[in-house]
Design a protein. Structure first.
Length: 177
């Protein structure tokens, strides 16, 4: 199966899961992220705005900010470049980018988060990620020094992938199990 077909099948599979079940899985993922953040004493984290039935982490954003973690959300302002992470906190205004994803306003300060929580359309046992095909996270992680990369996905998204030379494995994965 090519990546385009595989991507569509994986998105359809997670979209077919009822919202109530995904909410339970989101809670399991959120609890693991909170435990990870507490044990690693992080000061800044790149999060994401969920699209297409991705795990929703909104519940933990206020908890992380109350722990002193500076949150940032990604945007892709330049084609064929890495992502830019702008400071954001719950309650700050967001706008839709050219992909329809909610991102911080253009005047939000840019930071380099120490850890990125990265949504995965699919992932392998070895931690390689299938995204939406734009290569933004691959280009972001190719820059040195790079932030720690934690993949976020439902376990139903585990798959086999043909790994390309530019693919970068996640440092670890957090799922609903």
């Amino acid at each position: 199966m090519n990546k385009t077909t595989q991507r569509a099948a994986l998105i359809a599979a997670r979209s077919a899961v009822c919202a109530q079940q995904r909410k339970l899985w989101d809670k399991q993922i959120a609890d693991q992220i909170m435990a990870w953040c507490k044990s690693h004493d992080i000061k800044s984290a790149g999060m994401y705005s969920p699209i297409q039935a991705e795990p929703c982490l909104h519940e933990i954003f206020p908890k992380l900010t109350s722990m002193g973690v500076r949150l940032a959300l990604p945007s892709a302002p330049v084609k064929d470049k890495g992502l830019v992470f702008s400071l954001w906190k719950p309650g700050d205004e967001l706008m839709k980018d050219r992909f329809g994803v909610l991102v911080p306003l253009e005047n939000a300060p840019v930071i380099q988060p120490e850890v990125l929580f990265i949504p995965c359309v699919g992932f392998t046992e070895q931690g390689f990620r299938l995204g939406y095909g734009g290569g933004f996270y691959d280009r972001t992680l190719a820059v040195q020094p790079r932030p720690q990369a934690i993949g976020i996905a439902y376990r139903i998204s585990m798959c086999e992938l043909e790994v390309a030379s530019h693919d970068i494995a996640m440092d670890s994965m957090i799922t609903d199990y």
